[in-house]
Write a protein that binds this ligand. Sequence first.
Ligand code: AN0
Ligand code: CP
Length: 317
Amino acid sequence: MKNFTNVTDIGPLDKAVAEALKIKADKFAYTDLGRNRTLLMIFFNSSLRTRLSTQKAAMNLGMNVMVLDVNQGAWKLETERGVIMDGDKAEHLLEAIPVMGSYCDIIGVRSFAGLKDKAEDYEERVIEQFIKYSGRPVFSMEAATRHPLQSFADLITIEEFKTKPRPKVVMTWAPHPRALPQAVPNSFAEWMNATDYEFVITHPEGYELAPQFVGNARVEYDQRKALEGADFVYAKNWSAYADPNYGKVISTDRGWTVDAEKMALTDNAYFMHCLPVRRNMIVTDDVIESPRSIVIPEAANREISAQTVIKRLLESL
Ligand code: AN0
Ligand code: CP
């Protein structure tokens, strides 16, 4: 694997999950693979899980790890070519990227959508520039339109907890006070569509995701109807994708919050969320604290998805 930005990069999912579960059973089986190799993790945005789980995964493989928070201590970076740099940005990404590449063997990048210019976000300009100019394998730690390490961890988690071969998985929009990217729901949909699960997406009108991510999923505007018989409920907020509201919050309707009464419509479903989650906006305290909530094992699997991906990148160096 040369780079990891979407579901197709990982190849057949059954093989990837089997490899991940093998790694989970013996995390230190490949401590020589990363010896004298350096991972550089670049963060343009905040993180708790991605930062810790990815660093841990690389350490399990024997790697050295460097972490740079671009917005804390590095020079402010210009990302557009052709700009006269007489403002507050002291360095251009076009120099910064190859310099960063010269200090490491593999690069992980977190760079969220700006949510202002849809074309710019959906072209994945930042991570694509890392791929083009760093000279190193690059993996996404959440880019503008996808969060594949999260989706891979979500898939591993569903495979561990499912009790039927084709579970019904329902991804539901839920309210949040601030505008969030579509990366997590896009990516989850992309990975679920690559399985043979029954996959349903539910959201208020106006929150339609990009058609290339919705794929063959059933879209159901009635949340209660969508939840009927679900085996897994995957809650997430996202901002609007459709024009003219791209990147905007168009509803904070708490009628969409996942509560015990909604969970009662399901087939005793497990509750999932990528975290961080706003309690009593996305999900009520009792649901996230219930025995059917698997948000903690889901987050723990981030170490496993990251280790599987970094292992594959190391193997093709
Ligand atoms: C981010 C998002 O929704 O994309 C990161 C989630 C992993 N969430 C927030 O910014 C709250
Ligand atoms: N789920 C996830 O990626 O969390 P962080 O934003 O804390 O890394």
